[in-house]
Design a binder for this molecule. Structure first.
Ligand SMILES: [Zn+2]
Length: 277
């Protein structure tokens, strides 16, 4: 329950707390919890950790010495890990000075190829959707933690296939980003639904007048299923037939792919200083 009481306050702690790195400078220390999205090599033994945090949104910070086999927190900063962190402010990037594991999601995923690959899609999508560093993205953070929890330990209504958990996450994440698919009325002209055609570029289900050539024509139960995923209504997904799951997954992939490639890529072109690749 402690996690739910976590307050997003920047707190200056005593420089004596934490790490020996801090002796020669007088940095501000602060805490946050985060899911690790990726890790890049830096120099001989360090990494730059990119993460989605509860209070500070996307954060990139340096973890010193984590590639040494003696590193205590290197294993805690693998992608998928949900960790409680202490940071020290730095001149370019902040330093991670402590890491405590909250949920080691990387461990169950490492032993299940399908869940690992779907989890990878989820953290890459979070990385793409949250573009601005330091801008709080609490709902995206909560959705990602919930998605990883559902992927590794089951949903609130029991275990579901990995692709179903991933598709639910993707639909809800893109909806939070402002691109929710329209599943009832026509996405283009607003004509009352239900409609028969689905167009990723027009934003979802479209009427006969608006549908572009080559639009998909999903079964009505597939559209209902996508609505349940979007609403987080796991109970309604208990009896989903494999063809419905497959067709829904195809539509989600087309929808997310179109928006990430066409709608969101421009946002990721915002220049940000990089000290390592
Ligand atoms: Zn229309």
């Amino acid at each position: 329950m402690i996690r739910f009481l976590f307050l997003c306050l920047v707190t200056t702690l005593s420089p004596a707390v934490g790490s020996t790195i801090l002796h020669t400078v007088d940095p501000q220390l602060y805490r946050d919890e985060a899911v690790v999205l990726r890790a890049q090599k830096l120099g001989e033994a360090d990494r730059i950790i990119t993460m989605l945090s509860r209070c500070h949104g996307k954060v990139r910070a340096v973890a010193r010495g984590v590639r040494r086999t003696t590193s205590k927190f290197g294993a805690r900063l693998e992608p998928f890990s949900h960790v409680d962190l202490q940071f020290a402010t730095g001149r370019t990037l902040d330093l991670i000075t402590q890491a405590v594991t909250l949920h080691p999601y990387s461990e169950p995923l490492a032993h299940d190829y399908e869940r690992y690959t779907t989890g990878q899609v989820m953290i890459e999508t979070a990385d793409r959707l949250v573009t601005e560093e330091g801008e709080p993205a609490l709902q995206q953070f909560q959705l990602l933690v919930g998605g990883l929890q559902a992927l590794t330990a089951g949903t609130s209504d029991g275990v579901r296939p990995a692709t179903m958990v991933m598709d639910a996450y993707l639909l809800r994440a893109i909806a939070l980003a402002g691109y929710a698919p329209t599943l009832g009325d026509c996405a283009r002209c607003g004509a009352a639904g239900p409609h028969e055609a689905f167009s990723p570029q027009l934003g979802g289900m479209v009427c006969r007048r608006c549908r572009p050539p080559g639009s998909a024509h999903p079964a009505p139960e597939t559209v209902t299923y996508l609505g349940a995923l979007l609403a987080g209504d796991w109970a309604s997904t208990r009896e989903i037939a494999p063809p419905t799951l497959r067709q829904g997954s195809g539509l989600v992939a087309a929808f997310i792919g179109w928006h990430l490639d066409h709608g969101l890529r421009s946002l990721s072109h915002v220049d940000r200083p990089l000290i390592a690749e």
